[in-house]
Design a protein around this ligand. Sequence first.
Ligand code: PAF
Length: 281
Amino acid sequence: MQTLRTVAEVRDAVRATRERGGSVGLVPTMGAFHEGHLSLMRAACAAHDLVVVSLFVNPTQFGPGEDLAAYPRDEQRDASLAEDAGADILFAPPVAEVYPDGFATSIHVTGITDVLCGATRPGHFDGVATVVTKLFGIVRPDAAYFGQKDAQQVLVVRRVVRDLNLDVRVVACPIVREADGLAMSSRNAYLDAAARVQARALSRALDAAQSAVAAGQVAATGVLAAAGAVLAEAGIDPEYLELRSPDDLAPADAVAPSALLAVAARIGAARLIDNRLLEAS
Ligand code: PAF
């Protein structure tokens, strides 16, 4: 695996593969790799001749007071994990390579970015949409791989691709969980022992909602009550716990036939998110 720092180097490397008729996969990341990232890399490696993993802690998607400075960074460890997963190129540019002096463009997706994480993280999805669109322009991948844990991010990227006619397939890969159900996240590193125990309640809340649906309770009030009770018992006051359409994040008043249950909460020093696609049987 090569580590490349510049747009020109990546373009050259990708061009060589394309000229041979090969296909290219992109895994956009901010590093601090865990099994979730590695599952995206493995999926990309199984499907493409060349896999580019980008490692860039994107400053424009962090708001004031968020964890940009504290975000875990260990490029050497990440490079070794990406190589073991089969990646061909690690694109780890400095900030000035991505946002050179005079950079003045931002992509804003309306509607779906106003709710859930967008409601409390203004500008976050503009930063995500802008950097992901840049990465698509730099790498020009056939497909790009994202984790379903960031369900809203996946919808935002899909909308950008659709609205701007970008020629890339967006692949959403399943959430990877710890043995006790906690969704893997780079931000789990912020949890101390007590917060780590408390954090289990997020996935248990989703389980409770799923059980309620399986028992025939499909109305949003019942589903949210089942999940909310688990959070309350664990002492968690969620930033949001909402049932929404999996297609456009419109509020859902029932799981009919499916709905996305999404949760965000501050637990200890971390802000964690999780979600589950609920389906009525
Ligand atoms: O999900 C992430 O790690 C980031 O939001 C992404 C997609 C790499 C954009 O910076």
